[in-house]
Design a protein around this ligand. Structure first.
Ligand code: GLU
Ligand code: MG
Length: 628
């Protein structure tokens, strides 16, 4: 989740007073970095992944599976090696929002593509083993995007009652929050800033016996107003940050050779974000109920939405500066490249930005397009302020910039170097949901890494207007959107120039994910598909030898089969499992018993003792041991 410092954090009433100070100095810190580093070049393509894990425990007698609120203890042991010898660790372990979450990254960045790719799955397998070696006999880790029964009575061990002081949630006890100050301060300050609890509302899956008011029975409605989202029929209501930030993803960060290359891939990957979200969808159950969405993104988005009624446009602006169209956790609002594939028409979303920040950055010589991106991030208040880190030397620190940057959780993140660090301009790709097995996670990480390079080397062009990316983001949440829905996508992604004068709307059309990845054979709309372009790129790239090519073939097959619907996404598979469970009453309720069986099956798939051919076909995973 980024940027964790030690020290005491300020409560909202105090933090608020420093917001302008932090913003102003954040801009100065950014400008210092930009001035120092904007001309650096020839950085090598180094990169790394981040995998988020969930810790659960199995009751030896009842066999009930609960979230285990003990990851901080496991992390304390895992992080010891790094404390002693930070340069020589195989993996880096980091806390995440949930006291049941662990984040793991490689100890050293990967360099380039080629044979390096052979080691990634192994790295993921070993990471899992390293965590497991520190667990108690009845504990397990899982890579699932959302824990199904989060927020249902006694869902975590040890039990604590909800209604704590930090989240004031009707469903989640404060003990689900990681004990590090940052996480509880974020939770409390988001709530205080918006003036009430977060309100997360998603549609419930309507099965034949689902009562319309199903979820209403489980809580005392905070309002009798029938118009409130949580009073709507077939709605799942959640009221705490943990429901969102307790979800798990698969991210990767890439150092590009220079700032312009980073700006270019940032834009194109932003367009790919909803498509990769749909393809990796792995969260179909929230608060013990089958939902009508397949992806976690909107839940997290709503769970950290700190906008006030004024910023939401519900009240006239008095204390706040602007009406803001999106949560802090959302898809990007502006493209930043000035490469030759970019057209101003693609930036068709009216951009909200912090005027003083923009003026300062442009005045200091930053080009307007990049300055607008950063000034947009600066519309947010800093949420976590450390009392001993307010007055800093803006030349040698970037804390205030990072404060704003790291709480703008967008689908892609443009990351400047840190002052004095050898690391260059980076792009972080953030939308993907974590997959059950190391094989699948490796496949998606590797695919994204190759795609990043291919965008640059082949000058691929994914641009569509940014409002269409937002529409795609909504579509990506729909149930089985991979198969059922269409996404706006460019008709021709290999033509990088020459199309720059026609009507922008002629450049794209609605396509299925199958068509996007596997191509389309219809006469009028014939296209080869993204996978075939990537396969050709790999085949012609000298850094890939025969062994690497064989592995790539398995990874691309998985992605191609998920894209065509031949294999199910984790969300679709989960729905099938629940709906075919003998005790399921077709009322959308995922009982403890169903969850126990579902998660047991997940353990088995993860350790290779069971195969689910509809999720992962056997020939994909057996070649090198795959998911074992
Ligand atoms: N867990 C969050 C997610 O599922 C991401 C937190 C982070 O930025 O690392 O997207
Ligand atoms: Mg994380």
């Amino acid at each position: 989740m980024g940027f964790i410092a030690e020290g005491n954090t300020l409560v909202w009433e105090d933090a608020e007073k420093y917001a302008d100070y932090i913003r102003q100095h954040g801009v100065e810190q950014l400008l210092n970095i930009w001035n120092d580093q904007k001309d650096r070049g020839n950085d090598v393509f180094t990169w790394g992944d981040e995998v988020e894990y969930i810790l659960v425990s199995v009751d030896n007698e009842t066999k009930d599976i609960k979230l285990a609120l003990r990851s901080h203890e496991v992390l304390a042991v895992l992080m010891q090696k790094e404390k002693l010898d930070p340069q020589n660790v195989d993996y880096l372990w980091r806390p995440e929002y949930g006291r049941f979450m662990i984040e793991g990254t490689p100890g050293q960045p990967y360099h380039g593509l080629g044979r390096q790719l052979l080691s990634i799955e192994e790295s993921l397998i070993k990471r899992r083993e390293e965590i497991e070696s520190h667990l108690k006999e009845n504990e397990r880790i899982l890579t699932i995007a959302s824990y199904p029964r989060m927020g249902v009575e006694h869902f975590a061990e040890p039990y604590s009652s909800p209604n704590g002081l930090v989240a004031e949630s009707q469903f989640l006890p404060d003990t689900v929050i990681n004990p590090h100050f940052r996480f509880s301060t974020l939770t409390a300050n988001i709530r205080k800033r918006r003036g009430k609890n977060v309100s997360i509302n998603i549609p419930m899956y309507k099965d034949i016996n689902t009562p319309p008011q199903q979820d209403h029975q489980t809580f005392v409605s905070p309002s009798n107003d029938k118009a409130e989202p949580y009073n709507q029929p077939y709605n799942i209501y959640m009221d705490a940050m943990g429901f969102g930030m307790g979800c798990c993803c698969l991210q990767a960060t890439f150092q590009m050779s220079n700032i312009e290359e980073a700006r270019n891939v940032y834009d194109h990957m932003a367009v790919m974000a909803p498509i990769m979200l749909s393809l990796t969808a792995s969260s179909a159950i929230f608060k013990g109920l089958l939902s009508d969405i397949d992806a976690r993104w909107t839940v997290i988005s709503q769970s950290v939405d700190d906008r006030t009624p004024e910023e939401l446009g519900q009240q006239p602006l008095k204390h706040n500066k602007c009406v803001i169209n999106k949560s802090r956790y959302d898809s990007i609002d502006t493209f930043i490249s000035r490469g030759n594939t970019y057209r101003a028409e693609y930036n068709d979303l009216p951009l909200v930005y912090d005027k003083p920040s923009l003026e300062r950055m442009v005045g200091a010589g930053m080009d307007e397009q990049l300055a607008r991106h950063f000034a947009h991030l600066f519309i947010r208040d800093p949420l976590v302020i450390y009392s001993d880190k307010i007055e800093l030397d803006d030349k040698t620190h970037s804390d205030h910039f990072e404060n704003i940057q790291s709480t703008n959780w967008q689908t892609v993140r443009f990351k400047p170097p840190s002052p004095g660090s050898p690391i260059g301009w980076r792009v972080e790709f953030r939308p993907m949901e974590v997959q059950l097995t190391d094989f699948e996670n490796a496949a998606f990480i590797v695919f994204v890494a190759i795609l990043m390079r291919a965008i640059s080397d082949l000058k691929l062009n994914f641009y569509v207007p940014i409002t269409k990316v937002d529409e795609n983001m909504k579509t990506a949440h729909l149930r089985n959107s991979v198969v059922n829905n269409k996404f706006y996508f460019r008709k021709n992604i290999t033509v990088s120039t020459g199309t720059s004068t026609g009507n922008v709307d002629e450049e794209y059309e609605l396509m299925t994910i199958d068509e996007i990845f596997n191509g389309c054979k219809e006469e009028a709309r014939e296209s080869v598909g993204l996978l075939s372009i990537i396969r050709k790129y790999v085949a012609e790239n000298k850094s890939f030898d025969a062994e690497t090519n064989r592995l790539m073939d398995r990874y691309f097959s998985l992605i191609g089969k998920r894209a065509s619907g031949e294999l199910m996404t984790m969300s679709t598979w989960t729905r099938h499992f629940v709906q075919n469970h003998p005790s399921y009453k077709h009322d959308s309720v995922v009982s403890q018993e169903i969850q126990n069986d579902l998660l047991q099956r997940c353990f088995q798939i993860t350790n290779g003792s069971t195969h689910e051919p509809k999720l992962l076909s056997a020939e994909l995973i057996t070649a090198t041991g795959g998911a074992n």
